[in-house]
Design a protein around this ligand. Structure first.
Ligand SMILES: C[S@@+](CC[C@H](N)C(=O)[O-])C[C@H]1O[C@@H](n2cnc3c(N)ncnc32)[C@H](O)[C@@H]1O
Length: 257
């Protein structure tokens, strides 16, 4: 593909993502309730927090993860929630312990306001796959992480979603972890890649609502009929109204030493 076409397709993919989250911003926290609580459990297992921690949440969306951490650890400083989608940040702004910045990760790390600031915890939760320039993001992480700080990057797997029908599983964007580790190490940082799991009991109807509302951006390529066919497939597979879901997350722990 010619370079100019590559740039255009990357740009339109970025716009599709912005449009997607603009549409679901108002209901995001309802769709992701179980997910957010599972993520908080995983973060708490993998990272230590004291009330003096300074936290930067890249692609922080509705600020729910930052808000829950702020409450759980009585954080003294607000969590800085950076996200390019206004309707997501509109929700974040209303939450205690959150300060918002409207920008992509790439724009934020290139901006004047990011220069000279440091954070002891940097979170990159479920947004790495949206970055157009991950190298620039890791360069920013290297610059803004305190000497003994930790950056936690968390990605979903097809098993992170409550339920996914077969066609949706096939469309799932897998993240290239060896590539992340290489990019991180090229910034003089250390990276450790692990998996973690959390069990939750979920109402089947909530899982179906997640699919109907295109909780994952990759679900927006399905028509309403295709989603309903997928739901039928799952309804036949899962007979009970409550489902035991095991969220599986892949995590990269990034440090300076
Ligand atoms: C699945 S949501 C995750 C939100 C939040 N981290 C959470 O776990 O609830 C993905 C987020 O990435 C944001 N995003 C998309 N492109 C981005 C970029 N280039 N830089 C930073 N965030 C981006 C979207 O606006 C969206 O809020």
């Amino acid at each position: 593909m010619a370079v100019i076409e590559q740039l255009q397709s990357k740009q339109s993919a970025g716009q599709l993502v912005i449009n997607h989250y603009s549409e679901i911003g108002y209901c995001y926290d309802n769709l992701y309730g179980g997910f957010s609580s599972a993520v908080i459990s995983v973060i708490s297992r993998q990272l230590q927090f004291s009330s003096t921690e300074t936290v930067l949440d890249i692609g922080g969306g509705t600020g729910e993860i930052g808000h829950l951490l702020s409450k759980k650890y009585s954080l003294q400083a607000p969590v800085i929630c950076v996200d390019p989608v206004e309707s997501m940040l509109e929700i974040a702004k209303k939450k205690e312990g959150i300060e918002t910045v409207l920008a992509t990760a790439e724009k934020f790390f290139s901006s004047k306001e990011s220069k000279g600031k440091t954070f002891s915890r940097i979170l990159v939760i479920r947004c790495y796959h949206h970055f157009k320039d991950p190298a620039l993001v890791f360069e920013g992480v290297a610059r803004m992480l305190t000497q003994d700080g930790v950056c936690l990057l968390l990605c979903t797997t097809p098993d992170s979603a409550p339920l996914l029908f077969q066609k949706a599983r096939q469309l799932f964007q897998f993240v290239d972890y060896p590539k992340i580790v290489k990019l991180v190490e090229s910034q003089g940082l250390r990276a450790r890649w692990i998996s973690d799991h959390e069990k939750r009991m979920l109402a089947k109807e909530d899982c179906f609502s997640f699919l109907r509302n295109r909780g994952y951006s990759s679900l927006s390529s399905f028509t309403d009929d295709e989603i309903e066919d997928g739901i039928k497939e799952l309804d036949e597979q899962y007979k009970d109204n409550t489902i035991e879901a095991v969220y599986t997350f892949n995590i990269v722990i990034i440090t300076k030493y």
